[in-house]
Every structure is written in structure tokens, then in C-alpha cells.
Design a protein around this ligand. Structure first.
Ligand SMILES: CC(C)(COP(=O)(O)OP(=O)(O)OC[C@H]1O[C@@H](n2cnc3c(N)ncnc32)[C@H](O)[C@@H]1OP(=O)(O)O)[C@@H](O)C(=O)NCCC(=O)NCCS
Length: 168
């Protein structure tokens, strides 16, 4: 089940981040993001079969010219089950109500995330050197982008993904 992130979710969200990133986002960063409901959306994926444990989370910033995915993270023991794709689908569905383009940065050595983003029609448009230098990750990022996310063709792509995921 995918629901909006609230401050109550932060201990679990930050525990997942601690397993995934050398320098995870701080509570202050999350609280600042959650305090901007007009131009941010953060979601968590809960496992109803596991007492609503949080399995992953993601966020999007609605900017003037594009929607920008800020994070998509799934707990290591929950990966490969489509949770990342479900979270991403929910973020994209929200993004296409506000923006016509979607963009994000992804580390050059992160094939799983790149594969997920390609499935949603994002294509590489450039390299941002040193993007992750402050996060303890491989520093260079690929910038990926999808235009025309408000168009019917793109809606058809999302419908196909939703069917594949049995997304309700
Ligand atoms: C990226 C991430 C969110 C995907 O979560 P997930 O729940 O495993 O996602 P899914 O089960 O929907 O699978 C996503 C894709 O990863 C692919 N994948 C998984 N492991 C992979 C690997 N080692 N190499 C290549 N692709 C891989 C899956 O095949 C799938 O590809 P597809 O969409 O083309 O079918 C997860 O790996 C993660 O949290 N990584 C660490 C945090 C991170 O790097 N986030 C992205 C920041 S830009």
C-alpha cells in the first residue's frame, strides 16, 4: 500500500536510508521537504502483510519547468518485487498532473535504478560531474529525462506498467 509520508514515518524511512546511502538525508532535510506540501510529494510503500512495515519511499519536487524525482529507495531485503516500480508509478501519476516533463539524476554505476527509469521512458540527456560528491557515492550522475508525460502516449505506457504490476 502506498501512502503519503508523514513525520511519524521518519524513523523507519531513515533506518532504510542508513542501509542504502553512505551519507543519508538528515531528519532536518526530510522535515524541510515534508513542510512543503504545495510543491513536494513524498510517499511510503507499506507492507500490509508485515504489520505495515515500510519497505521503501520516494519523492518528487514539482518545479516550474519539470517534475524532479528527489529520491526512490527500497529496503535491501524488499528489492526485486516491483516495490520501486510501484512507488515510481505513483510519483509519475502525481507528476503528470502538474508538469509536462520528468527528470532525475542517477549514479553512473546504478544499473538497477537506471533500468527502472528506462521502463518509465526516461532517457539519458547528460552527465553531471560530481553530483553525488557530498553523499559518499560514486560522484558522477547521469541526468535522465522524459518529456510529454501529460500526453496520451505516455498514459498508455503507464497503463501497461500498471497492468504488469497488478497495480490497484
Ligand atoms: C533502485 C531501487 C529503488 C529499485 O527498487 P526495487 O524495489 O528493487 O525495484 P523493482 O523491483 O521495481 O525493480 C527495478 C528494476 O531493477 C532491476 N534490477 C534489480 N537489480 C538489478 C541489478 N543488479 N542490475 C540491473 N538491474 C537490476 C530490475 O530488474 C528492475 O528492472 P526493470 O524495471 O527493467 O524490470 C532499489 O534498487 C534501491 O533502493 N536502490 C538503492 C537506492 C537507490 O539507488 N535509489 C535510486 C537513487 S537515483
Amino acid at each position: 500500500m502506498i501512502v503519503p509520508m508523514t513525520p511519524d514515518h521518519l524513523p523507519e524511512v531513515m533506518a532504510i536510508d542508513a542501509q542504502c546511502y553512505p551519507i543519508p538525508w538528515s531528519r532536518d532535510v526530510y522535515q524541510a521537504e515534508l513542510s512543503r506540501p504545495d510543491d513536494r510529494l513524498y510517499l511510503v510503500a507499506r507492507l500490509t502483510a508485515e504489520k505495515n512495515r515500510i519497505a521503501g519511499h520516494g519523492g518528487v519536487a514539482f518545479e516550474e519547468d519539470e517534475a524532479h524525482i528527489t529520491t526512490v529507495t527500497v529496503a535491501p531485503d524488499c528489492r526485486g518485487q516491483g516495490i520501486g516500480a510501484r512507488l515510481f508509478l505513483a510519483l509519475v501519476l502525481a507528476a503528470r498532473r502538474r508538469n509536462t516533463s520528468l527528470a532525475l539524476e542517477v549514479a553512473v554505476d546504478n544499473p538497477a535504478a537506471q533500468s527502472l527509469y528506462r521502463r518509465f521512458g526516461l532517457a539519458p540527456v547528460g552527465i553531471q560531474r560530481g553530483y553525488y560528491a557530498d553523499m559518499g557515492l560514486t560522484p558522477d550522475a547521469i541526468v535522465m529525462r522524459a518529456d510529454g508525460i501529460h500526453q496520451p502516449d505516455y498514459a498508455n505506457r503507464l497503463i501497461n506498467i500498471a497492468v504488469e504490476l497488478d497495480y490497484a
